[in-house]
Design a protein around this ligand. Structure first.
Ligand code: AR6
Length: 167
């Protein structure tokens, strides 16, 4: 598997699947979630609504992942995952690792060969960049998957530098 890090806007990536750092509601939000829904258009939200009605009445649990199509994005699918909110009193690393593992499992189900990840939980959810990067890189390296092109697409310099060190 090839793993690369890039600086930039994940919505511009031409890959099979773009991973979204969503929240349990799947109804959109700020950060990369907002950017993906803005760039992808309303079709993504319509599918999210259907998923809430059919499979996730209480919302998508933290650490899990689910796919929709990608609307106007230059990708075939969006894989929505819910990262944990960072906590100083409780170690939630296993949930963050689960986001990467579950996203790759969903990618395998779809037959996606290339997947772009943002730094899940490293924004609004407050996860320190250094730790978020280490968990992301280690988990992807350890996961048995048919995905052969994983790209971490980082939006700001601090997070990019942390991923560079983790790699
Ligand atoms: N491309 C790539 N990365 C981005 C982009 C982009 N276009 N925009 C922001 N980032 P966040 P979280 C980076 O806050 O911490 C939302 O409201 C950002 O700089 O998007 O998992 C959801 O609805 C940061 O490094 O996600 C949830 O409520 C990283 O993406 C909540 O935020 C993740 O930041 C999820 O919080």
């Amino acid at each position: 598997m090839g793993i690369s890090i890039l600086r930039g806007d994940i919505t511009k990536q031409a890959v099979d699947a773009i991973v979204n750092a969503a929240n349990s509601s799947l109804m959109g939000g700020g950060g990369v979630d907002g950017a993906i829904h803005r760039a992808g258009g309303p079709a993504i939200l319509d599918e999210c609504r259907d998923l809430r009605a059919s499979r996730y009445g209480r919302g998508l649990p933290t650490g899990q992942a689910v796919a929709t199509t990608a609307g106007n994005l230059n990708a075939r699918w969006v894989i929505h995952t819910v990262g944990p909110v960072y906590s100083e009193s409780e170690d939630r690393s296993a949930l963050l690792a689960s986001c990467y593992r579950e996203s790759l499992r969903v990618a395998d189900e779809l037959g996606a060969a290339s997947v772009a990840f943002p730094a899940v939980s490293a924004g609004v959810y407050g996860w320190p960049a250094e730790s978020a990067a280490r968990i992301a890189v280690a988990t992807v390296r350890e996961t048995d998957t048919r995905v052969d092109d994983v790209r971490f697409v980082l939006f700001n310099d601090e997070v990019y530098a942390a991923f560079e060190r983790a790699m």
